[in-house]
Design a protein. Structure first.
Length: 238
């Protein structure tokens, strides 16, 4: 075999790139899975729910209180140039009916709301409530589950949309209003139902790769904590 043929054969047997060899690694699989979820997104879920056209009401940079377990709420108000939070956006106030505002301010914990994250996951126990002490509306009930499932952190930017969906068999609120007449054709709007539920979508701008990395790091930290706890228990037993 000549030198040229040997070189060609050697070139043909060159190792595959590291990325290709690791295409079945847990991290790559997780990124693929999460990427598919993000591509489906909340708008597809809203379409399946026959909801109205969504309207942007708020863009917010999350503060430490927004992701704190002790607060467990997302304040629906903008941050000004000084980092201080202002009143709830007019877009949200104009979208809500007076009955909904009254229900959200009630002392029973707020008004049930349809809450979606950017993957289209729904949080059935979510509520929107008016915090008198803060002078603003907030997402409560399952907000911490949104934080956990989306690996949200202080400093992340989220876009918040509002919409309405037709009532289901057991509508969570009797104070919902008909959908706006400007809803897109074919999206379930147009006022054909007598009662429509208020909905919110909270969509983080965090790249999918970053969310996967955070999730894997969180899983590793939890496993390490469990291992340390196991060792400590064994030492105590001995």
């Amino acid at each position: 075999m000549g030198d040229g043929e040997a070189a060609a054969e050697t070139e043909g047997k060159m190792e595959a790139p590291t990325e290709a060899r690791g295409s079945n690694s847990p991290e790559v699989k997780e990124k693929r899975r999460y990427g598919r979820c993000v591509r489906v997104m909340w708008k597809e879920k809203l379409r399946l729910m026959k909801g109205t056209a969504p309207m942007t009401v708020l863009e917010k940079k999350l503060l430490s209180a927004d992701v704190s377990k002790s607060h467990a709420t997302l304040l629906l108000r903008r941050n000004n140039d000084d980092g201080e939070e202002e009143r709830s956006p007019m877009e949200l106030l104009q979208f809500m009916t007076e009955a909904e505002k009254t229900s959200a301010a009630a002392k029973n914990g707020g008004m049930p709301v349809v809450l979606l994250d950017r993957k289209g996951d729904e949080y059935p126990e979510a509520k929107i409530t008016y915090l008198q002490s803060m002078g603003a509306y907030a997402v409560a009930g399952e907000w911490l589950n949104v934080v956990s499932n989306n690996q949200l952190r202080c400093g992340d930017v989220v876009d918040i949309y509002t919409f309405r969906v037709p009532p289901q068999a057991a509508a969570p609120s009797s104070s919902s209003s008909p959908p706006p007449a400007s809803s897109e054709e074919g999206n379930g709007g147009g006022g054909t139902h007598s009662e429509w539920r208020l909905g919110l979508a909270v969509c983080a701008r965090v790249p999918a790769d970053e969310i996967v990395s955070r999730r894997l790091a969180s899983s590793c930290d939890s496993q390490c904590a469990f291992d340390r706890s196991s060792v400590s228990s064994e030492e105590s037993y001995c």
